[in-house]
Design a protein around this ligand. Structure first.
Ligand code: BV8
Ligand code: ZN
Length: 248
């Protein structure tokens, strides 16, 4: 594993990307940090002194739906004020040029799609999507809703259509992720603490099949020991720097 602080290591990492057959990216909340969206586990990840882990669960919603809903409505408000940052925009540019084949994100903020990325797997769902807690009704919010919406079909509470802790990821999404991982020879791992399963294991599938990992993070993670390059710094600066090298 190479700690990339030196220019040469950056050049090497850029060469690995340009010579790859099938490049994908896995992102976490760190990629949205420079859009001023708090990360999950950073010190700014708290809301009214609640840990996100305490709120993003079915139990929390069952126990106090209004509180959990207020957290999501607060995040919807925040996100509607935010814009994609150079990290999101660079990934969208790399997809448009054919360099990046697909993007798997743990984020529910929708910023990759707003940046122009098309082939995006939102493995933990989408903050603006709603589903009924009782029937199959699904809908979407276009702006933050301060109180919990009721299902127009059955009257029950609607909830955010996101994957909470203890809930399984959508099997169709997982099948598509596995197909992408199988084809991948270089996986960029950007802005994730690599703590949440099963997403944290996606890069290991790539390295186990002989692929390479390039991590972009401001800190080391449990994945760092397995990566070929750890590009240390904010994604909003690192990705455009790689892009410059890829253009040359
Ligand atoms: C599952 C959606 C099968 C909601 C999220 C006990 C009971 C039940 C389950 C478990 C259990 N023990 C373990 C589990 C499994 C559990 C899990 O992994 N727990 C961990 C935490 C121990 N996983 C699950 O429950 C998953 N389902 O396993 O189903 C099952 C079913 C039943 C029972 C057992 C198993 C579902 C997980 C999905 C949870 N939903 N989000 C919402 O968003 O509201 S996860 C949440 O964490 C977000 O999606 C977030 O994206 C994700 C991962 O976190 P990160 O993105 O990595 O964010 P984090 O803050 O941690 O890190 C940010 C990183 O960025 C840091 O490294 C930082 O250094 C870096 N950074 C900061 N700034 C920058 C930067 N990098 C670059 N540039 C910068 N500028
Ligand atoms: Zn309903």
């Amino acid at each position: 594993m190479v700690f990339a602080l030196s220019h040469d290591a950056f050049v090497e990492a850029a060469r690995m990307i340009s010579e790859a057959r099938y490049v994908i990216a896995l992102t976490g909340s760190g990629v949205s940090k420079e859009s001023n969206i708090p990360t999950f586990r950073g010190k700014d990840g708290l809301w009214r002194n609640y840990d996100a882990m305490e709120l993003a669960t079915p139990t929390a919603f069952a126990r106090n739906p209004q509180l959990v809903w207020e957290w999501y409505s607060w995040r919807q408000g925040l996100i509607s004020e935010c814009s994609p940052n150079p990290a999101h925009l660079t990934l969208a540019k790399w997809e448009a040029s054919g360099l990046l084949k697909s993007l798997i994100t743990q984020n529910v903020d929708g910023l990759h799609v707003r940046a122009g990325s098309k082939n995006v797997q939102e493995v933990h769902g989408d903050l603006w999507a709603l589903k009924c807690t009782s029937c199959t009704h699904r809908s979407r919010l276009s702006s933050p809703a301060s109180s919990i919406p009721s299902c127009p079909d059955c009257g029950s509470h609607l909830r955010p259509d996101v994957v909470w802790f203890g809930e399984s990821l959508d099997p169709t999404v997982m099948a598509s992720v596995s197909q992408e991982l199988e084809k991948t020879d270089v996986c960029l791992v950007i802005g994730t603490s690599a703590l949440v399963q099963p997403a944290a294991s996606f890069p290991l599938v790539v390295s186990k099949q002989g692929g390479s990992l390039i991590e972009v993070n401001i800190e080391q993670t449990p994945l760092t020991q397995f990566v070929n390059f750890h590009l240390s710094g904010p994604a909003g600066q690192i990705l455009p720097r790689l892009d410059e090298l890829l253009e040359t």
